[in-house]
Design a protein around this ligand. Structure first.
Ligand code: FPP
Ligand code: ZN
Length: 323
């Protein structure tokens, strides 16, 4: 994209995503790496949904694949067929089914009961039976439960207490209590507090210190990094902006400079976005570039919800009282 206000090449980006799906079938070159494939499908479908083109890929084929990653014995998803289930992929599976309005295809009571079994007495969550703890998994647990309307099956107050213990003196959050602040983990922690309706459990001072730390992620080139002294990266357009949006301070960053940076990372010949200008496009950065632009008000794109990481029409459907 030559200038910050130029039109996005929607046709190219749709063709790029559709091309990935074709390659997946013919050469087994996957959406992303093998073990993360279900998340790759979520990034691809979400990119299309943001461009209002979810229908261009065959829903039945995709649902067959998604369900091949569902382990009915433990009511959880794995990253690819024949791999072990993990909360990261249970979230991707649940998000994809929510997009297609097919949540009835899984046993929601058992999915959330098995997530509840991963919660520790201190409120934290393990990602799977092997027991690694990470605030990413807290976010996955709370978001799955919210989408499946079963948050009451989790100990949400304990989860909130644990997340608050992960906030550092600089306002940021890390992957466990005491770990270095990282914008990806900030997203997970702020998202968790938002989903738990507990944003006010951070003091106003802590919320503002956090928002300032997030604004400091913007570099002179306009792009954002995930931690001090790291390179700018398009995916932080999402991790940082969505957090700022939930904190009510999205206007604290320089939107024009960020839009221009994301534009320079766009491949306007073959489609897709890279992590930074000059690199190769991939589906992960394509989704987070589009999601960031949506949060910045791009009218070519559907609106995305900063905590659910789904377009707002899907969030409305899964949260409306009568459903
Ligand atoms: C940076 O990762 C990002 C994170 C640590 C957050 C990951 C969050 C999830 C997996 C939860 C699900 C997310 C959504 C949007 C539904 P990185 O490994 O790229 O970090 P690096 O830049 O330090 O290498
Ligand atoms: Zn990145």
């Amino acid at each position: 994209m030559a200038s910050s206000r130029e039109q996005l090449r929607i046709d190219k980006h749709v063709a790029y995503i559709v091309g990935l799906e074709k390659k997946t079938k013919t050469t087994d070159a996957l959406y992303f790496t093998d073990h993360k494939r279900l998340s790759g499908v979520y990034w691809a479908l979400s990119s299309l949904a943001l461009m209002r083109k979810l229908h261009v890929l065959p829903q039945d084929t995709i649902l067959d694949y998604v369900l091949s990653c569902y382990h009915s014995d433990v009511a959880a998803f794995s990253g690819n067929t024949d791999q072990d289930p993990h909360l990261l992929y249970t979230l991707s599976g649940v998000q994809i089914l929510a997009m297609y309005d097919k949540l009835h295809l899984i046993d929601a009571d058992r999915v959330v009961a098995n997530i509840a079994a991963l919660q520790r007495p201190d409120g934290s969550f393990a990602g799977d039976k092997w027991g690694e703890i990470d605030t990413r998994f807290t976010y996955c647990a709370l978001l799955c439960a919210a989408i499946l309307r079963r948050s009451h099956l989790l100990d949400v107050p304990a989860a909130v207490r644990y997340v608050l213990r992960c906030q550092n003196f600089d306002g940021g959050f890390g992957c466990i209590a005491g770990a270095e602040s990282h914008a990806g983990q900030v997203f997970c922690c702020v998202g968790s507090l938002y989903l738990a309706d507990a944003m006010d459990e951070m003091t106003r001072e802590d919320r503002e210190r956090l928002a300032l730390w997030l604004c400091e992620r913007q570099l002179p080139c306009g792009g954002l990094n995930g931690r001090p002294d790291k390179l700018e990266d398009v995916c932080y357009s999402w991790w940082v902006l969505s957090s700022l949006k939930m904190l009510g301070h999205v206007d604290w960053i320089d939107a024009d400079k960020l839009i221009a940076f994301i534009g320079r990372s766009e491949d306007d010949v073959d489609g897709g976005f890279a992590d930074r200008p000059g690199d190769m496009s991939d589906v992960f950065h394509t989704f987070f570039a589009l999601a960031g632009l949506s949060l910045l008000g791009n009218k070519q794109l559907a609106d995305i919800h900063p905590a659910y990481a789904l377009t707002t029409d899907v969030v409305q459907r899964v949260t409306e009282p009568s459903a």
